[in-house]
Design a protein around this ligand. Structure first.
Ligand SMILES: Nc1ncnc2c1ncn2[C@@H]1O[C@H](COP(=O)(O)OP(=O)(O)OP(=O)(O)O)[C@@H](O)[C@H]1O
Ligand SMILES: [Mg+2]
Length: 178
């Protein structure tokens, strides 16, 4: 469960708060869609969840942001990495590899997991998210939707608790088994 508790955020260089008094609870298993006009703060909310705020974008925070009873604000970026996974609006911006299977392995290798564990996780993600047809292919040769699915798979492989999808309007046809 994720709970924004009277949460407010002001970017360091801004005069006004971008997020003001957010009270919102997302239950485990719940899939929510956040919409709003350009500049209303959707990306800022996502940055608050995945730790880019305040670790990459400093500023003033008020209130709390709690996941499963623990404040996300007290976690270091390395701890957050295993808790909240993000698929960016343009998944190309988060790929590290040029081959799909190596991309799925990247997060596990980065965490220093044993090879067998990494292979098992890739196999599970491929089955759960129906990625089998995309394995061992060049990422450049995938469609935009297929790239998004590989991005979801690579985040899933590192066992995150919450998955945040940043989707542009033209990507609303995207679907996955999360
Ligand atoms: N790094 C930053 N520093 C200062 N202000 C920022 C920064 N990033 C965003 N903002 C401001 O915060 C407000 C919310 O921006 P945000 O990117 O969260 O909106 P959004 O809802 O995601 O918009 P869009 O639909 O266009 O993606 C905007 O007024 C923006 O100018
Ligand atoms: Mg945005």
């Amino acid at each position: 469960m994720i709970s924004f508790q009277n949460f407010s955020f002001r970017y360091e260089e801004s005069k006004d708060f971008t997020l003001r008094g957010i009270d919102m609870t997302v239950q485990t298993g719940e899939f929510i869609l956040l919409t709003g006009r350009s500049g209303c703060g959707k990306t800022t909310l996502i940055r608050s969840l995945n730790g880019l705020i305040p670790h990459f974008y400093p500023g003033e925070i008020q209130g709390d942001l709690v996941m499963d009873g623990r404040s996300l604000l007290e976690m270091k970026p390395a701890q957050l990495a295993g808790q909240v996974g993000t698929v960016f609006q343009d998944p190309r911006s988060q790929f590290f590899m040029t081959d799909t299977t190596r991309e799925l392995a990247f997060g596990c290798e980065n965490m220093g997991l044993p090879r067998e564990e990494t292979i098992d996780r890739i196999a599970k993600a491929a089955k759960d998210l129906e990625l089998a047809d995309y394995l061992n292919r060049s990422i450049f040769a995938l469609s935009s939707g297929e790239k998004q699915q590989i991005a979801v798979g690579s985040v899933t492989c590192v066992l995150t608790v919450a998955l945040v999808l940043a989707v542009a309007e033209d990507m609303f046809s995207f679907s996955c088994a999360t």
